[in-house]
Design a protein around this ligand. Structure first.
Ligand SMILES: [Zn+2]
Length: 64
């Protein structure tokens, strides 16, 4: 079986779910844009802070 004219592979942006063509031109893949990439990385960093640490107790929360 040969498929010479298949559509380009696409991935979903991990941040917004937008389809992103998996091509060299998409420099931020698998993200659709630099913004989504930064947002996702920031989100991941935040989650990383929560994971491995103890749940924040009310005493630790210092109101501004
Ligand atoms: Zn996106």
């Amino acid at each position: 079986m040969t498929s010479q004219s298949r559509p380009p592979a696409t991935v979903q942006c991990p941040n917004c779910g937008k389809p992103v063509p998996w091509v060299t031109a998409e420099r931020w893949r698998p993200f659709c844009s630099e913004r989504c990439r930064l947002i996702d990385l920031g989100h991941w960093a935040t989650e990383h802070w929560r994971i491995g640490g103890e749940p924040a107790s009310p005493e630790d929360q210092q109101p501004d």
